[in-house]
Design a binder for this molecule. Sequence first.
Ligand code: AMP
Length: 186
Amino acid sequence: MRLVILGGPGAGKGTQGRMLCENLSIPWIATGEIFRNAIATDTELGRQAAPYVEKGELVPDPITIELIRHRLTEADARDGWLLDGYPRTAFQAEELDFLLHDLGQELDWAIWLDAPVPILMQRSLDRSREDDAPEIVRRRIDLFHQRTIPITEYYEPRHKLLRIDANRLVEDIQQDLLDRLKAKHL
Ligand code: AMP
């Protein structure tokens, strides 16, 4: 299955995405995690991404799109994947469709983990990562509304959007996700 998971910072993309990958036996591909690792190990990609990631800004499209193009052609990504953190803009969503078209593949679902802003804020502050300082979280939530919400409007008319209420217990959200994906594939 080929999935993308959308949601603001703290919506539970990482937690739900990882659980779903284990349940469906597909690789979890998270651009934020790839950038953070690249920064920690001081690679060329890390040096390019650091000024943006550290401020909570989006890494420029040419860097991010190239990263995804490369990652989706690796052997483990042949039969399915879950993308966490990509696409983050309607432009990236379109680019993903072009790339999948080139690869002869198709996206199954865009999962939208929907949660109210105060919950996103609280959960992000609770996990205290370096890019989870209050003013950076606020910037990331703003960017989410400006740039990522339009992606839901990209997938909705294509009948690819699966909206999930993310303001619930972790296990309940996961079960709902699995049930709904199964129902869609019957
Ligand atoms: P995340 O862990 O998904 O919240 O991502 C952490 C940071 O990585 C973001 O604040 C951005 O700086 C960068 N990033 C991750 N994914 C993307 C993307 N698709 N486009 C641009 N920047 C991204």
